[in-house]
Design a protein around this ligand. Structure first.
Ligand SMILES: [Zn+2]
Length: 297
């Protein structure tokens, strides 16, 4: 048995998973990342210790909402972790926990989980996006996360589509800054003159005929189509998976809208790439981290 933990900007999630993929238990609590890296690592360690009293796991996978350098286990900077700059999170987790820890980016973990047990269906090449407050990305080839030379491959949220706004990656106009939940909320606020609301509420208002909500989401979809088209043209995946709150909250209509946007605007035939919504939902990142712990045991 292994444990996957997923440190997000809002929640700290965990999943206890059997080697055959059976999910034994899941938990979620506030991540309180604004308290800083030491507090977050202490909180993750406490969660692992608490769960180890009830479940007999012997390795931990940790998914973190930041780009992670493979060699050093360091986070340089992350839009989701304000104030975390040049943090050696891999070393901190290793020292703090009493068992081996495998570290990975949360979006890559989520796509791996979908490859293993969800919408990716163990196809050879599975690419995907996680749509939360920002946009994460992941690429799984033959059941392994493709992480590139320094561990930073697959950061599809940083496909640059415009001249602004500035982004934590050092450049500007990135997909995540234009199509994430924060951007969608700000767009709705601007169009409606109403206070910023959560993305799931914007989806609900759009369904009920709120034209500002519809327009805000249409623009988000337009950016997503441009991002997915680029990824599909570059990588020709067997399946494209959409994870995260916006994906599961909106569901099939989002997958259909992106599929329609690709129609006749990709290399021949690639517009038929299946676009699928996450089957694992909110615990995908934790489940993918558990899979990594299994692979590295
Ligand atoms: Zn960027």
């Amino acid at each position: 048995m292994v444990l996957g933990v997923d440190l997000g900007g809002t929640n700290l999630k965990a999943a206890v998973v059997e080697p055959d993929g059976r999910i034994v238990a899941t938990t979620s609590e506030p991540s309180l990342v604004a308290e800083g890296p030491e507090a977050a690592v202490a909180r993750m360690t406490a969660l692992v210790e608490r769960l180890s009293l009830e479940h007999d796991f012997d390795a931990v996978g940790a998914a973190v909402c930041a780009p992670i350098e493979k060699e050093t286990g360091r986070i340089a900077k992350s839009a989701s972790l304000p104030g975390w700059v040049d943090v050696p999170v891999g070393d901190m987790l290793e020292k703090s926990m009493s068992m081996p820890v495998t570290l990975e980016n949360d979006a890559a973990s989520a796509i791996l989980a979908e490859w293993w047990l969800g919408a990716g269906n163990q196809e050879p090449v599975v690419a995907g996006l996680t749509l939360g407050t920002g946009v994460g990305g992941g690429l799984v080839v033959d059941g392994k996360i493709f992480s590139g030379a320094r561990g930073l491959a697959g950061e599809f949220g940083h496909i640059s589509l415009a001249d602004e706004p500035e982004c934590t990656c050092g450049f500007s106009g990135c997909l995540g800054r234009l199509a994430g939940g924060t951007a969608t909320g700000a767009r709705y606020e601007r169009l409606s003159g109403k206070e910023l609301v959560r993305t799931d509420e914007i989806i609900r208002r759009a369904e009920n005929g709120d034209t500002a909500a519809q327009e805000a989401l249409e623009t988000t979809v337009d950016y997503l189509v441009r991002g997915v088209r680029t990824i599909v043209n570059l990588l020709n995946p067997d399946v494209f998976v959409l994870c995260g709150g916006l994906s599961t909250g909106w569901g099939e209509p989002l997958a259909e809208a992106i599929g329609a946007g690709l129609k006749d605007t990709t290399f021949p035939g690639l517009d038929e790439t299946p676009i699928r919504i996450s089957k694992l939902g909110t615990f995908a990142g934790a489940i993918g981290a558990a899979r990594l712990a299994l692979d590295n045991r």
